[in-house]
Design a protein around this ligand. Sequence first.
Ligand SMILES: [Zn+2]
Length: 138
Amino acid sequence: MKRDELVAKMRPILLGRREALRRRLSGELTNLNANWDRDDVGDDSDSAMGNQDDEIHSLLAQTDSQEIHRINAALESMDRGEYGLCEECHQPIASARLMALPYITTCINCQRNAEANRSRSADVDHSPAEDSDESNAD
Ligand SMILES: [Zn+2]
């Protein structure tokens, strides 16, 4: 499939997904506010449960808003004509991968490399990132 065909196909999917997320997100935030209101008038034994609910809802809201950011980034890359290019190696990402994960930003090879580097970082000696001195900040 050509890139512009892919963009034409994926753009409405991304827009629809973003709309659904926004709607759900506003529902989650409403829920969050409702819990806070209830805690104001509730007694202490209820507020522990209420806080737990708040945490779950705010986690959901966080996940959803992160997804919206990724969708926005994908839509912006469509506008720039860069949609579907791997941000690591700048090679086209496979159409099938994009259709499964519309706002993915790396190709399968780069993702595998990144995962391999993470899991093998202990015995990899050619990684310049290994010398990070953040742990010496004390
Ligand atoms: Zn790549």
